[in-house]
Write a protein that binds this ligand. Structure first.
Ligand code: ATR
Length: 276
């Protein structure tokens, strides 16, 4: 908290936009990175609901000391249309989770969730190439993760979502880019897959239902989460009981932090490009 005392009129500001917001871990991780680098930058949380997103983003264009913002649940798809330009990856995925604000107020979006998720898996020694993967979800994070898993060479990808039409649309878009990969619409049954991934927002709220039928998990499966708070979600707790190896949501964030900082950098030398 000592660094807060150093905030001045010349500090560059960053935000994270979400609803709910209580769970976000990005400000703490990003502010640690800024402090370690000696950067005069700070990230703060903005609690914004879906109906206010457009108005808030329009206002952010006029904040001259704001260099960028992270976008998370449930805004990753809606923000795409609110950006002036997006990376090829964001266009392909159909979602944005990091936005750079240029000096003239224009907004450039990118998506790093897929790259972050894959890097997090690999950091823990899990290589998805050749694996059959079950993915729960078809929202912004799910789309990014699905494209990155397909690009990484999974042998089969089964997608299940509450709103089946969103899963069907995602499968169609994935199949057009990865025609050799078996990509199927699934049910809540994750059986028969090496890697089971929750990329829904279920688990953030205490009264959430489970994203899939945990009674059908088997000990040979790895169960991975994108939820970071709580660290052990009800899904991960149930998976542990079923004898599965678990992979929590934190590595996905930690592997994204430097990429996010670079994607919001106004200095062209710091920016990075295209992660899928
Ligand atoms: P993010 O941008 O973080 O990925 P999102 O785009 O709102 O957030 O996606 C949330 C995901 O969690 C979606 O797959 C959503 O399912 P729907 O497409 O049917 O909305 C899923 N999800 C959220 N709440 C849910 C609930 N109560 N039951 C089942 N799925 C839920």
């Amino acid at each position: 908290m000592d660094d807060i005392k150093k905030i001045s009129g010349s500090t560059r500001v960053y935000a994270i936009i979400a609803d709910p917001i209580h769970h976000v871990q990005t400000p703490s991780a990003m502010n640690q990175l800024f402090a370690a680098r000696g950067d005069d930058r700070v990230m703060v949380p903005f609690h914004v609901n879906e109906s206010e997103l457009g108005a808030v983003v329009a206002g952010l264009r006029g904040i001259k000391n704001l260099d960028g913002f992270i976008v998370t649940v449930p805004h990753k798809t809606a923000i795409l249309e609110l950006c002036d330009s997006v990376s090829d990856s964001a266009k392909l995925v159909g979602a944005v989770n990091v936005v750079r604000r240029d000096e003239d107020g224009s907004l450039h979006g990118d998506i790093l969730d897929g790259a972050g998720f894959l890097a997090g898996l690999r950091q823990r020694g899990i290589e998805p190439a050749g694996m059959s993967v079950y993915l729960a979800g078809a929202g912004g994070a799910a789309k990014a993760i699905a494209f990155s898993l397909a690009a990484a060479g999974v042998s089969k990808l089964t997608i299940f979502n509450r709103t089946a039409s969103k899963a069907v649309e995602l499968i169609q878009r994935l199949s057009a880019v990865f025609p050799a990969t078996e990509i199927l619409l699934g049910s809540d049954d994750p059986a028969g897959h090496d890697l089971v991934v929750n990329s829904t927002s279920l688990g953030l709220r205490v009264d959430d239902i489970l994203p899939l039928d945990v009674t059908l998990l088997t000990p040979s499966q790895i169960v991975a989460e994108i939820i970071m708070q709580p660290a052990i979600t009800p899904l991960l707790a149930a998976a542990t009981q079923m004898g599965c190896r678990i992979h929590d949501g934190m590595p996905m964030l930690l592997c994204q932090i430097e990429l996010m900082a670079a994607a919001m950098a106004t200095n062209k030398n710091e920016q990075n490009h295209e992660y899928i």
